[in-house]
Design a protein around this ligand. Structure first.
Ligand SMILES: Cc1cc2nc3c(=O)[nH]c(=O)nc-3n(C[C@H](O)[C@H](O)[C@H](O)COP(=O)(O)OP(=O)(O)OC[C@H]3O[C@@H](n4cnc5c(N)ncnc54)[C@H](O)[C@@H]3O)c2cc1C
Length: 506
């Protein structure tokens, strides 16, 4: 029995990050340690964050959420990827699907070289043709991954779009059911131990003090514990990601809920469109040095699919990260830990990734400095890889129609990103740089090709293949995927069936 085991955890903040952390930590520690969450109704949550990546399904399984209940409670739709419009150039359009290209046996590196050879010969179709996920998305159809590795559906992944407000409420009810204690109140002070500066407790406006041994700071952009109390420091990334505002507004639902997020590049940033069961979420993420908040709101309203359901709401942020994700006895997750704009819907994934690592590095009351340092190092590398992937979208654009686009196109980028782009440009080489990197080479291929980067040469080993045989094999693949997609349900019909099954079960 470890007499130094952590006996109490206090999670500060009840947004998506706080409740995700509460659910996972409670599941992991069971009854051996109390898990309490404090949040302030007066302050509320950021209330955006509606598009996810497929790892959300792993999170749901890890904590034991039922998919049907989750979809019903959060009004979720399925997401097979992101469509990028006007990014590489005005009038351009490509999809970044979640699944593989080609077959699992082939692997993405071989697929890319073979595809490049066919493209050079003028015998390749659009990249989407060779991804079952992309073909399904284009045709508004959805499916589920197969557990048979030989099936093309083994490489078919999906995530969700959901209502952020409903998701936090749903997780809260779930957490309370599994034994997380919730405290309501506004924190006015953070109490630190004199001898080492560790956090001892938080003081609420009504005078109560909540104590714990481990604190998880999920207090949103303000970083109540990690920054305001511990002053972990901030690394600013806005020279690479200069967008610093978003204006968001929901609009009425339109028929034919698309199973993908749409991101449309605009003069000073980009606009998101996230279709849910009951409404569509919209936003314009922009750079305030190039566009005023009023002008961004007006632009967003004029581009909606249907009638706005609320007034536009402005959210301010800065791209960057805390210098430490874990300091003393405080671990930070969510917006209090840092922010990479929502272009690739990665924030909720990073909460999940941070939780996974926290569980791997679960401390005792000694808070081993080696453990803390290793955690920080791993999370930093993972965040930087996501940051670089997001920067790629701007950097690889050829747009020349505004000062904003000229800046992001011409700006110097981080060395690791420059090296990856150079390797692809040189010979179509794709590789991972970090063990825990979220975006696989498949994603890098989608975006680099989609934005218009064309390799100057290829790996000469692939010249030995017979070109006609290769073209026939690619055509067979395209047809096989198309037939598979023929058999998949349309997204709207899938959601209707889901709703009906739930109504019958209720
Ligand atoms: C414009 C925009 C779009 C986004 N889109 C996406 C997306 O599509 N996909 C994605 O994955 N992510 C997205 N994100 C990120 C996503 O919204 C967040 O990662 C997620 O909502 C987690 O937020 P949070 O829980 O860290 O913070 P918040 O939701 O801000 O929660 C903070 C919590 O701390 C509490 N709190 C703060 N101060 C106090 C205090 N003094 N006392 C008591 N309680 C306090 C608040 O009450 C609240 O409960 C987006 C973010 C922005 C800004």
């Amino acid at each position: 029995m470890n007499d130094k085991a952590i006996k109490s955890v206090l999670i500060v903040g009840g947004g998506t990050a706080g409740w995700m952390a509460a659910a996972a930590i409670r599941r992991a520690v069971g009854g051996r340690c109390s898990v309490t969450l404090v949040e302030s109704d007066e302050i509320g949550i950021v209330g955006v964050g509606e598009a996810t990546v497929p790892t959300i399904r792993d999170f749901n399984v890890m904590v034991g959420l039922d998919e049907a209940e989750f979809m019903r409670e959060t009004k979720a739709s399925l997401k097979l990827g992101i469509e990028f419009v006007d990014w590489g150039r005005i009038g351009g359009r490509y999809l970044h699907p979640f699944g593989w290209y080609g077959t699992s046996a082939q692997g993405v590196s071989v697929f890319a070289q073979e595809y490049l050879r066919l493209a050079e010969l003028g015998r390749a179709g659009p990249l989407d043709d060779y991804s079952v996920c992309a073909q399904a998305a284009r045709r508004g159809r959805v499916g589920r991954p197969s557990s048979d590795p030989r099936s093309p559906m083994a490489g078919f992944f999906y995530a969700y779009h959901f209502d952020a407000g409903l998701y936090a409420l749903y997780l809260r009810r779930f957490c309370e059911r599994i034994g997380v204690k919730r405290e309501e109140g506004r924190i006015v002070d953070v109490l630190q131990r004199g001898e080492d500066g560790f956090v001892a407790g938080v003081k609420l406006a009504d005078g109560r003090v909540l104590e714990a041994e481990l604190f998880v700071d999920c207090s949103g952009f303000r970083g109540l514990l990690i920054e305001q109390a511990l002053q972990a420091g901030w690394e600013d990334w806005s020279r690479w990601l200069p967008v610093d505002r978003a204006v968001a507004v929901p609009c009425a639902k339109v028929e034919g809920i698309t199973p993908y997020t749409r991101s449309t590049a605009d003069a000073a940033g980009w606009r998101w469109r996230i279709p849910l069961q009951h409404r569509t979420g919209n936003g314009y993420v922009f750079c305030s040095a190039h566009l005023s908040e009023d002008a961004a709101a007006a632009r967003l309203l004029e581009t909606l699919d249907a009638e706005a359901l609320a007034d536009p709401r402005v959210i301010r942020f800065q791209a960057g990260r805390r210098r430490k994700y874990w300091d003393k006895n405080v671990v930070t997750l969510g917006l209090s830990s840092g922010f990479v704009e929502p272009l690739e819907s990665t924030s909720i994934h990073m909460v999940h990734a941070g939780i996974n690592k926290l569980l791997q590095h679960w401390p005792d009351r000694d808070f081993s400095p080696v453990n803390v340092a290793t955690y920080n190092e791993r999370v930093i590398r993972e965040y930087e890889a996501v940051r670089d992937f997001v920067i790629l979208h701007y950097h690889a654009s050829t747009r020349d129609d505004s000062e904003f686009w000229r800046y992001v196109r011409d700006m110097p980028v981080p060395d690791a990103l420059a090296a990856r782009v150079a390797a692809f440009r040189d010979r179509g080489l794709l590789y991972s740089v970090v063990a825990d990197e979220y975006f696989a080479p498949t994603s890098w291929l989608s975006v680099m090709w989609g934005q218009g980067i064309r390799p100057e040469r290829r790996n000469p080993l692939y010249d030995r293949q017979d070109a006609t045989r290769l073209a026939t094999a690619f055509e067979a693949l395209r047809e096989q995927f198309a037939r598979l997609v023929d058999g998949l349900p349309e997204h709207e019909a899938f959601l209707d069936k889901h709703r009906m099954a739930q109504a019958l079960a209720a």
